[in-house]
Design a protein around this ligand. Structure first.
Ligand SMILES: [Zn+2]
Ligand SMILES: [Zn+2]
Length: 348
């Protein structure tokens, strides 16, 4: 069994500190990835701080992983040493249920194994990407196209697929009008993907402070939701609203912005329950929906699409010594638009 250096939280809410961790012995279908970069997802913070229920400690967070294959198991066929690969939110699933067979491993009936704060089917606790190496089955790695740099590709593994999947499923494309609510780690990628898919994109943000960025990322308009006139002006405008914020929203107001047959899809997760009036949906035959990451085939499709259309995450690259500070900044929405850890600095 070999070891590597990772950033680990000893207990709930503890600061992340460099520590030595064990890597599992290579199985036939395993690859070793020398991690170059790991994105900081808001859900890392929720789990380190145990805000989403009981978590497993010590915890090495990180499910936006980009790196290079450094070793392969005997049975590996898809990757060779030197290949550029990524890993997202999952590292295993049963492979046999209807969802796994359909490439929607996130809905595996046996329960997909999460990249960290999870347990493998062998009972081993999983450790994530704030680390210099990780061992995963080749089935849960995806290829990062040469056109994408590893640092800006890392956030695509969670934030990218989380926004790409619902845009595709709900038909964002030429002739459609899409509103993206919130211009953060998820939202800025939602805008880029929706625009590249051919939709006319509007950003709905609390203020107009990020308007220039919205337009730079491909939106044609940016409106402040603090301005009550916004909801009057935009009534009945959109085919699709992609909600990326994790605060509770007045759903009835947002649903009024949809055209008949439109849909509002949520990928942000407020901690408290939300309410809405059924008539806000019934009147225009509207849908209020959610979306959960995406399967491995679609994650590959998303990366290939990003490479083809020049879509990259906007990042602030940091060393390991800045991660705890970065957590506070993420909570305060003080990042444009994703922190990415240079894993070479862990323990350095
Ligand atoms: Zn995430
Ligand atoms: Zn399954």
């Amino acid at each position: 069994m070999s070891r590597t250096t990772a950033l680990s939280a000893a207990t709930a809410g503890a600061a992340l500190e460099a520590t030595s961790i064990e890597l599992r012995d290579l199985r036939d279908d395993d690859i070793v990835i020398d991690i170059a970069f790991a994105g900081i997802c808001h859900s890392d913070i929720h789990q380190v701080r145990e805000e989403w229920g009981t978590a497993i400690f010590p915890m090495v967070p990180g499910h936006e992983i980009a790196g290079v294959v450094s070793e392969v198991g005997n049975g590996v066929t898809r990757y060779k040493v030197g290949d550029r690969v990524g890993v997202g939110c999952m590292v295993d699933s049963c492979g046999e249920c209807e969802y796994c067979k359909d490439g929607q491993e996130q809905f595996c009936t046996k329960g997909a194994v999460m990249t960290y704060n999870g347990k493998g089917y062998d009972g081993e606790e999983t450790k994530g990407g704030y680390s210099q190496q990780v061992v995963v089955s080749e089935r849960f790695a995806v290829r990062i196209p040469d056109a994408l740099e590893l640092d800006v590709a890392a956030p695509l593994l969670c934030a990218g697929i989380t926004t790409f999947n619902p845009l595709k499923r709900w038909g964002a494309g030429p002739g459609t009008k899409v509103a993206v609510v919130g211009l953060g780690g998820l939202g800025h990628l939602g805008v880029k993907f929706a625009a590249a898919l051919g939709a006319e994109v509007t950003v709905l943000s609390q203020t107009t402070s990020k308007e220039a960025d919205s337009l730079k990322f491909g939106a044609v308009a940016h409106h402040a939701t603090k301005d009550p006139e916004t909801f009057e002006k935009l009534r009945g405008s959109f085919d699709l609203i992609l909600n990326t914020v994790s605060a509770n929203l007045p759903f009835d107001d947002y649903l009024s912005l949809l055209k008949p047959n439109g849909a509002m899809v949520n990928v942000g997760a407020p901690s408290d329950p939300s309410t809405f009036a059924a008539f806000s949906l019934i009147g225009g035959s509207k849908a209020l929906a959610g979306s959960n990451i995406g399967g491995i085939p679609q994650t590959q499709e998303m990366l290939d699409f990003a490479a083809e259309h020049g879509i990259a995450a906007e990042i602030e690259k940091i060393g390991a010594d800045k991660v705890n500070e970065a957590y506070d900044r993420v909570v305060n929405s003080d990042v444009r638009y994703r922190f990415v850890i240079d894993t070479a600095t862990i323990g350095a």
